[in-house]
Design a protein around this ligand. Structure first.
Ligand SMILES: [Zn+2]
Length: 481
């Protein structure tokens, strides 16, 4: 039997880096984009988002999205703006969260372009176009076609799709694809982003029952998180140790995932952590919208969260929680000197309302800052974690006297042992390609897996192609057929 013309996976983005997840599947004459993520992290990365897609958007037949984080779906509106009019397949809750993420991202892009254009006008230069507009985002959302977990759907002839739970954020999916072309059949498993086991609210990542090849993320391929118990003890000791009669507690948090987990944990440990003495503020319109989606999709909860939901009318049950929608409500919090726990974005303190709260609190030794998420190099959050004595906010140097606590164990990603366990549970240890990691993290995970007997582990690079019909597993099946 001759090899089919095309049964190929090509790595494009998030190969050798963490953001901009995007891969291309060519099955015969059909073209599928697996993920359409935005590049993040500084000006240079942002500029790359305007570069061409790996193929002409008009020539695409389908797009598949694993979850709603912006580095996995953030370029969808641009794809649509450039001519893609076909379906975008995603889990149901992913569409709901993507609505919040893409509208927010488009709004930011419009404001950025407006400001830049004003500056350029003063120099006599023509205005700049936004990366995409809110209208583009809304059009992209209209193209979504949703599936529940475990549903099977033929997305184009010869390509069947199933999502199973990845336990990373609400709606996050592991993508299973059954491909058939020219007498060959192949099952590709793409991990998306894998969650940690025992994450609050969500179920543990599902294990695919088979695969001919696996593409897996490797964000934390080189490290292990602190245990869940140690993490909870850490949070408890900070909150119990903080003096509500003296100062405030600030928690910079990402709007989707971390915020809801924190609120859930606050509800669960309300008595143990003595939270009644605080006034808790969720100061982020985006996090408030994302929380609504989390609380609505109770069918996706793990057993414990289902039980909590059944017991309480509302989620989470926090009598002292205030939601701050308007800028005025947010500014009012600035006047509170003590007794407030303030959850606000952005998660790395690079913008958003947390910046104002830092300005009003971080120079006061009686205040606390609780860092619960990853802080990239060069961000204000990272400077806090690194113990720097000053941070710059709005061109002003501000002394850091508040106590800064870094809680490492709340990550939304599986660590080295989690990734290893997940891969090794797939029958037959199929050939594995690693994506979505800094080169060091992917290389460390590769070494680790090879040492444990994995037969074939490859760190994906941009432009690398896998001709799937040439894989021994796929041959065998074709010969049997
Ligand atoms: Zn993610």
């Amino acid at each position: 039997m001759t090899l089919p013309e095309h049964m190929e996976l090509e790595f494009f983005g998030a190969a050798g880096e963490v953001t901009g997840s995007c891969h291309v599947l060519r099955i015969g004459d059909r073209r599928i984009l697996l993920e359409c993520g935005m590049l993040q992290g500084g000006r240079q990365q942002a500029a790359r988002n305007r570069e061409p897609f790996p193929l002409d958007p008009e020539s695409l037949d389908a797009v598949i999205i694993s979850h709603a984080h912006i580095d996995h779906c953030g370029r969808l509106p641009l794809l649509v703006r450039r001519g893609y009019s076909g379906p975008v397949f995603a889990q149901q809750a992913t569409r709901d969260v993507a609505r919040v993420m893409l509208e927010d991202s488009a709004g930011l892009a419009e404001r950025d372009a407006e400001q830049e254009s004003v500056k350029r006008a003063r120099k006599g230069l023509p205005p700049v176009e936004p990366l995409y507009t809110v209208d583009d985002a809304r059009q992209a959302l209209r193209q979504f076609e949703t599936l529940s977990y475990d549903d099977c759907r033929e997305v184009v002839p010869g390509v069947r799709l199933r999502f199973i739970d990845a336990g990373h954020i609400i709606g996050s999916a592991i993508v299973e694809l059954w491909l058939s072309e020219g007498g060959y059949e192949c099952k590709l498993v793409f991990s998306g982003d894998l969650g940690q086991r025992d994450t609050p609210i969500l179920r543990d990542p599902s294990i695919p029952d088979s695969a001919d090849l696996v593409v897996m993320e490797s964000t934390y391929g080189d490290r292990c998180h602190r245990s869940r118990e140690a993490t909870l003890l850490e949070i408890a000791s900070v909150l119990r140790g903080a003096d509500h009669q003296q100062g405030n507690v600030l928690i910079p948090a990402f709007a989707v995932g971390r915020t809801q987990e924190l609120l859930y944990l606050f509800s669960k440990y309300w008595h143990e952590w003595d939270l009644a003495r605080w006034q808790i503020f969720l100061d982020s319109p985006m996090a408030i919208r994302a929380s609504d989606i989390y609380w609505r999709h109770r069918e996706l909860y793990d057993e414990e969260a289902q039980a909590m939901r059944a017991e309480h009318e509302e989620m989470p049950k926090l009598p002292n929680l205030s939601l701050s929608q308007s800028p005025e409500e947010s500014m009012a919090i600035n006047r509170i000197r003590k007794g407030a726990i303030i959850i606000a974005g952005s998660g790395m303190c690079e913008g958003g309302r947390i910046v104002h709260h830092l300005k009003h609190n971080v120079w006061r030794p009686e205040c606390q800052v609780l860092i619960v998420g990853y802080q990239a190099q060069g961000t204000v959050g990272r400077r806090l974690v690194d113990g720097e004595s000053y941070i710059r906010i709005h061109h002003e140097a501000i002394r850091v006297k508040a106590q800064v606590h870094t809680i490492g164990g709340l990550s939304a990603h599986a660590d080295q042992s989690g990734l290893t366990e997940w891969y090794e549970a797939i029958p037959g240890r199929p050939p594995l390609w690693l994506v979505h990691g800094e080169p060091g993290a992917s290389a460390a995970l590769r070494e680790h897996l090879l040492a444990r007997g994995a037969p074939r582990v490859i760190v994906a690079e941009p432009g690398m192609r896998i001709e799937m019909a040439r894989l021994p597993q796929v041959h065998r099946r074709a010969n049997q057929a």
